[in-house]
Write a protein that binds this ligand. Structure first.
Ligand code: SRM
Ligand code: SF4
Length: 571
């Protein structure tokens, strides 16, 4: 029986483990298949492409027609650019906008992890697209795949030593955790195939990379805008009294993916592990990843995230294992306190005399649709004023470094292109998120991005009618239980179960500190407003003065909430 580098037998390991092990550091046959005159890559390349930031998909809207006409699926690719902290130069924004028009479906998608996604790219255009992204000094390497994914950070562009110090830590972590393989350059950028007597080494990832994806985020003390608790590795930057960086609280083992009817898969919030000094964070991040590399489950991909390793072996075991590999002592984690989450929308001062404006983008889709032409509008503003762009974890866009004298011009352009100022957007809409789901996501069992706009407008109207329009309530929808829009960490989650139906989840909170639970399973989307109406009414009359909707549902309890719903139905 042959063995993989972690000692697991090849036969017992998941199929992906063999593909990775045999791929020669993610090369496989991608380069060969790229030049074949076929619309799609083969199955093994499909798995390896993810590490290069590319997903092979098909247009699900066209499946039925293709089947009826005896044709193959309409194959297309999705590209995910990895954008640490969501920081995009104006040149890189323009490059992505160009690619979206020339080779993708004419839209740009801001993701819940501060990346860009381009959908609908054909195989023949993929190399040009990846090249253009690299020319703009960004990369798609590690956008997906079993490696450290994009490292997120609060995107608020404040000019303080604290922000600058955190930024340096992110850059150092990115450098340490990015795969070293030259495959990416060889395949996409026509890099020279270096013939060396020394074998190529992946010091952290070795031959098989990680058992599964690995996600890291950095929050700034007090502001959980990056949804800390959803992450494998969550880092909270803590301040000294003089405002400089004091160190980092480190949490581990969060993850939201689960599978319907598979109780061995579950949602988990990250748990406090340690406090570390600023110059220790890179080593800690690397060793946390290394422990998961060595002990994560390589036999079952549904059970391979860090949350399962920790659930089975215990947090104490995990801490000891990380500690063993470090030359310094981990300190005890400090208590965390959160202020209300700030989505950083609207106009603000940066602290250097300039301004930033957070622009609302519905479900992260930068497009020209009906009266709202955010794609053309943002492009015009960026072409003309060259602001730095920052992507938020709520799928919105920040334009930074704007001179106060230019504010009227930005406002005029926003108005010209139908991009609403945040003050005029109903709060329910402003705080809502949906994942892409159908037609691009192959795992979707229900609509999300295309279904939420209709539903959220009904809910916003309902809240308005009840005098609750000013409430901060987060509604998050996903087209399957994988939880890409983090529906389990909102006040209200809608998790698709089948076409047109959703589990309605309650009991979470606006600040993303607590998981919600299924309140009503399999609710037809058309019935969601009438399910929630009596709850909103009871919230209005029974809440404590500053209590949020999610906290109220948790305090009152599901039994009482269900009675409220039943009473309304029989009334
Ligand atoms: Fe996700 C898979 C979209 C954030 C959990 N996710 C997918 C894929 C790639 C479908 C696939 O594997 O074929 C989706 C592509 C859809 C499309 O057509 O674009 C997809 N995930 C997204 C994005 C674009 C949703 C969005 O609305 O922005 C987000 C991209 C983030 C990024 O830039 O890297 C996205 N995905 C998340 C999050 C949220 C987060 O990380 O903060 C989660 C929950 C947290 C977590 O990972 O536990 C998430 N995505 C998943 C899972 C479940 C993983 C698991 O542990 O079980 C899958 C399925 C899988 O990996 O097998 C998945
Ligand atoms: Fe696809 Fe499910 Fe993620 Fe939505 S939550 S993008 S449907 S995998």
């Amino acid at each position: 029986m042959s063995n993989l580098s972690d000692g697991t037998s090849l036969e017992a390991s998941s199929k992906n483990e063999s593909i990775k092990a045999a791929s020669n550091h993610l090369r496989g046959l991608i380069k060969e298949e790229l030049i074949e005159d076929t619309p799609a890559f083969g199955d093994e390349s499909e798995q390896l492409l993810k590490f290069h930031g590319i997903y092979q998909q098909d247009d699900r809207d066209r499946r039925k027609e293709a089947r009826a006409r005896g044709l193959d699926k309409h194959h297309q690719l999705m590209i995910r650019t990895r954008i640490p902290g969501g920081i995009v130069s104006p040149e890189a924004y323009i490059a992505h906008d160009e690619i979206s028009r020339r080779w993708a479906n004419g839209t740009l998608r801001v993701t819940t992890r501060q990346d860009f996604q381009l959908h609908g790219v054909l195989k023949g255009d993929i190399k040009k697209s990846i090249r253009a992204i690299n020319d703009s000094l960004l990369t798609t390497l590690g956008g997906c795949g079993d490696v450290e994914r994009n490292i997120m950070c609060c995107p608020e562009p404040l000019d303080t030593p604290f922000h600058a110090e955190v930024q340096l830590s992110i850059s150092a972590m990115v450098a340490e955790l990015t795969p070293r393989t030259r495959a990416y350059h060889e395949i996409w950028l026509d890099g020279e195939v270096v013939k060396s007597s020394e074998p190529e080494v992946e010091p952290l990832y070795k031959e098989q990379y990680l058992p599964r994806k690995f996600k890291t985020t950095i929050a700034l003390e007090g502001d959980n805008c990056v949804d800390v608790y959803a992450h494998d590795l969550a880092i909270v930057a803590m301040k000294k009294t003089d405002g400089s960086l004091r160190g980092f609280n480190v949490l581990v083992g969060g993850g939201l993916g689960r599978t319907h009817n598979k109780p061995e898969t579950f949602v988990a919030v990250a748990k406090p592990l340690a406090f570390v000094e600023p110059d220790q964070i890179v080593d800690v991040a690397r060793e946390v990843v290394a422990v998961q590399r060595d002990y994560g489950d390589r036999t079952n991909r549904r059970h391979a995230r860090l949350k399962y390793t920790i659930a089975e072996r215990g947090l104490e075991w995990f801490r000891d294992e990380v500690q063993k590999r470090l030359p310094f002592e981990l300190q005890s984690p400090e208590p965390l306190a959160w202020k209300p989450v700030d989505d950083h929308l609207g106009w603000h001062e940066q602290g250097d005399g300039r301004l930033y404006v957070g622009v609302y983008i519905e479900n992260g889709r930068i497009a020209d649709v009906d009266g709202v032409r955010s794609r053309s509008g943002l492009r015009r503003i960026i072409d003309e004023l060259r602001p730095q762009v920052r992507l938020t974890a709520q799928q919105n866009v920040i334009l930074a470094g704007i001179e106060p004298a230019d504010r009227p011009r930005v406002e005029a352009l926003m108005a010209e292109y139908g991009i609403e100022a945040v003050e005029s957007i109903p709060r329910a809409i402003r705080y809502a998120m949906a994942c892409p789901a159908i037609p691009t996501c192959g795992l979707a069992v229900a609509e999300a991005e295309r279904a939420l706009p209709g539903l959220i407008r009904k809910l916003a109207a309902l809240l308005d009618e009840l005098g609750l329009a000013d409430e901060r309530i987060s509604f998050r929808m996903s087209g399957c239980p994988n939880g890409c829009s983090r529906p389990y960490l909102g006040d209200v989650g809608f998790v698709g179960t089948t076409l047109g139906k959703y589990d309605v989840m309650l009991g979470g909170d606006f600040d993303g500190t607590r998981l919600n639970r299924v309140f009503a399973p399999n609710v037809p989307i058309t019935e969601i407003p009438s399910l929630l109406r009596p709850l909103f009414e009871a919230f209005k009359s029974g809440r404590e003065p500053t209590e949020g909707f999610g906290n109220w549902t948790e305090r009152v309890g599901f039994e009482a909430l269900r009675e409220t719903v039943v009473t309304e139905k029989t009334a």
